[in-house]
Ligand binder design. Structure first.
Ligand SMILES: CC1=C(CCC(=O)O)c2cc3nc(cc4[nH]c(cc5[nH]c(cc1n2)c(C)c5CCC(=O)O)c(CCC(=O)O)c4C)C(CCC(=O)O)=C3C
Ligand SMILES: [Fe+2]
Length: 391
């Protein structure tokens, strides 16, 4: 599966000169009093009563109402600033979130007040879906309208980077490390690798990415029989490609280890189908021969609440019930390769002087390099809203 070359190239923008970088995050609560207001933000427009929100608040409550995600983005911002300084690029980095302070609108006002007009956005998600790409583009367009900065601030966004070496290489290292740990424990014989990403409604998965070339769903690669529907669309296609690539890269040291792509953190009403298998169901159905499990959360870029709770708590417990030794390996976080990769992505788009040659675009699968701008109906499964970074 590849994008039609014409469509892909018409969605590749020429390099230009930017004034600043905006790191666009999800946002999380930072104390017990933040939890319900935060969940109201995340579920905005769906009229969910506070009593129901309290039910999904338990994991935040357990950690004092604090999600680690904001500190992780503060650390990432500092690491990006250091890498930019090292390269002498002279681009300041601002930070804003979809669902918690500093909000996108705060960041846009700050950017404008500081005299910046042309901004390149780096998003903290690597795959293509409504939640991972379009929603960020919509919320940034909404923030531009809210702040009255439409026409004043120009916002472009770097491409989704699921197959960029800066994202893939730390994940290869992590899986290699996880398998090495199982080997040390004498569990390599019965090893299995699960790549975990966020479940989304299958209807959203099926329309993820550019519509003219949507892949149809195929069974997940488990090396065995699988009754689960893992979704069509580019979201799952990209994840299958990255997972297969990682396994291919570790095969020099760890050949023939069985693996699967699994999903986590499903929410919403049970009648609506979401991507399956859920990681816990998948662990329960593992063959008895499996003794050790490497869990690689490739769906996320930091060890935030979805990782700390849904994997380190729930999935680890499911492993223990099955007598399987779990090794949950880290997300990219502030791995120097990831940080450098994000700045490589900036340098594909940003040149010091108009006319300079930009950095070459890297991609490790034949699905990429992904598009810089999305067609108007990309990842669109609901009423269209204004977006930034569309063709
Ligand atoms: C694809 C995807 C990513 C990865 C891409 C990306 O990173 O953006 C992601 C990340 C995250 N999701 C997060 C938290 C939440 N997601 C929720 C709800 C939902 N996520 C969805 C999808 C995704 N989510 C969907 C389809 C829903 C259903 C509601 C809807 O239709 O939109 C809810 C509501 C309560 C609930 O339903 O459980 C919460 C609290 C946090 C913060 C963790 C922290 O605090 O550390 C992060 C990074
Ligand atoms: Fe989420």
């Amino acid at each position: 599966m590849t994008l039609p070359p014409l469509a892909a190239s018409s969605r590749t923008l020429p390099a230009t000169t930017y004034d600043a970088i905006l790191l666009a995050g999800f946002g999380g609560p930072e104390g017990q009093d933040d939890v319900i207001p935060y969940l109201r933000n995340v579920t905005r427009g769906r009229g969910i009563p506070d009593e129901r929100l309290e039910e999904v608040a338990h994991h935040y409550r357990h950690f004092g109402g604090i999600s680690p995600i904001n500190d992780q983005n503060r650390d990432l911002k500092a690491a990006l600033e250091a890498e930019i300084a090292k390269r002498g690029l002279g681009l300041p980095v601002y930070w804003g979130n979809r669902f918690w302070a500093p909000y996108f609108a705060d960041a846009l006002k700050e950017l404008h007040a500081d005299g910046h007009r042309k901004v390149l956005v780096l998003v903290t998600t690597s795959f293509s879906s409504y939640s991972g790409c379009r929603a960020y583009r919509e919320d940034l367009a909404t923030a531009l309208a809210e702040t009255g900065l439409e026409g004043e601030l120009e916002l472009d966004k770097v491409r989704q980077y699921f197959d960029h070496p800066g994202f893939v290489n730390p994940n290869i290292d992590a899986v290699r490390g996880g398998l090495a740990s199982l080997k040390e424990q004498g569990l390599l014989e019965g090893a299995h690798v699960m790549f975990a990403t966020h479940s989304i409604p299958t209807a959203a998965a099926d329309v993820s990415g550019p519509r003219e070339a949507l892949p149809s769903g195929e069974p997940v690669a488990t090396g065995g029989e699988n009754e689960w529907y893992a979704g069509g669309g580019w979201y799952v296609e990209q994840q299958r490609a990255v997972a297969a690539l990682i396994m291919d890269k570790v095969a020099d040291e760890f050949p023939d280890v069985p693996w699967s792509l699994v999903f986590q953190s499903r929410s919403g009403s049970p009648e609506i189908p979401w991507l399956e298998p859920d990681i816990n169901d998948a662990i329960e159905k593992l063959d008895d021969a499996v003794k050790g499990l490497v869990i690689s959360p490739i769906g996320f870029v930091s060890d935030h609440m979805e990782v700390a709770w849904d994997l380190d708590n729930e999935a680890v417990e499911t492993c223990e019930e099955r007598g399987i030794v779990p090794v949950r390996v880290p997300t990219v976080g502030v791995d120097p390769q990831y940080v450098a990769g994000l700045i490589d992505l900036v340098e594909e788009r940003h040149v010091a002087t108009p006319g300079d040659t930009p950095r070459e675009r890297e991609a490790l699968t034949d699905l990429g390099p992904w598009q810089d701008v999305c067609p108007t109906d990309c990842c669109l499964g609901r009423a269209a809203k204004a977006t930034i970074a569309n063709a």
